[in-house]
Design a protein around this ligand. Structure first.
Ligand code: ZN
Length: 168
C-alpha cells in the first residue's frame, strides 16, 4: 500500500495525479482492503502530503533511519498493532491520513524485519521515476508498476533488439 500510494504522485508517471478527486481516494482505499473508511474532500491534501513523506522513507539508504521514521508514523496512531504478520489493526475513528501512515509505517517495518533492507528500490524503467518495495519471495522484482512501466520497458527493449538485429 505504501508503495502504491507513493506511485500515485504526478512526479512518478507522466505528470498524472492519480489522487485527483475523492472518488480516486475511495477507490484506492477499496483496492487495498481499506474500503469503508470515512473520507471527505478535506482528506485529499493531507493524504497527498503523506505520500511525499513516504517516498524518502523507501529511498532512505540507512536502514536504522528507516526504522526510526516508520516508527514515528505508527506512533502517531495510538494502539496500532500488527496481526498475522502483515495485517494492521488501527483504532476506530482514526483519521484516514493517520491510518494510512500507520499502516504504511508498519508494513515498511515488517518488510525490513522479515525480508531485509535491500527490498526498497527504485524502478528499473527508463520511462518511470517510481520506487517500490519488493515483497516477492525471490526478491527479484524490477518495476514499480509491472503492468505499466514493466511492459513499456520490455517493449522498448524488444524494439531495440529487433532494430539491432535488422542492422546487423
Ligand atoms: Zn515504474
Amino acid at each position: 500500500m505504501a508503495m502504491d500510494l507513493v506511485n500515485t504522485s504526478p512526479t512518478v508517471w507522466r505528470g498524472v495525479e492519480k489522487l485527483d478527486a475523492l472518488d480516486a481516494l475511495t477507490a484506492f482505499l477499496g483496492e487495498h482492503g481499506l474500503g469503508g473508511w470515512a473520507v471527505g474532500p478535506d482528506d485529499l491534501p493531507p493524504v497527498r502530503a503523506l505520500r511525499e513523506r513516504l517516498r524518502p522513507l523507501i529511498e532512505e539508504p540507512d536502514p536504522e533511519r528507516r526504522v526510526l521514521v516508520a516508527g514515528e508514523l505508527t506512533a502517531a496512531v495510538g494502539g496500532v498493532t500488527l496481526a498475522d504478520g502483515w495485517a494492521a489493526t488501527v483504532p476506530d475513528g482514526t483519521p484516514v491520513t493517520a491510518m494510512l501512515g500507520a499502516v504504511a509505517g508498519l508494513g515498511i517495518l515488517a518488510v525490513q524485519l522479515h525480508l531485509g533492507p535491500d527490498r526498497f528500490r527504485p524502478c528499473s524503467s527508463d520511462t518511470c521515476s517510481g520506487v517500490f518495495i519488493d515483497t516477492s519471495r525471490p526478491g527479484r522484482r524490477r518495476y514499480c508498476m509491472p503492468g505499466l512501466c514493466g511492459n513499456r520497458a520490455n517493449v522498448a527493449a524488444h524494439r531495440a533488439r529487433r532494430r539491432a538485429a535488422g542492422q546487423g
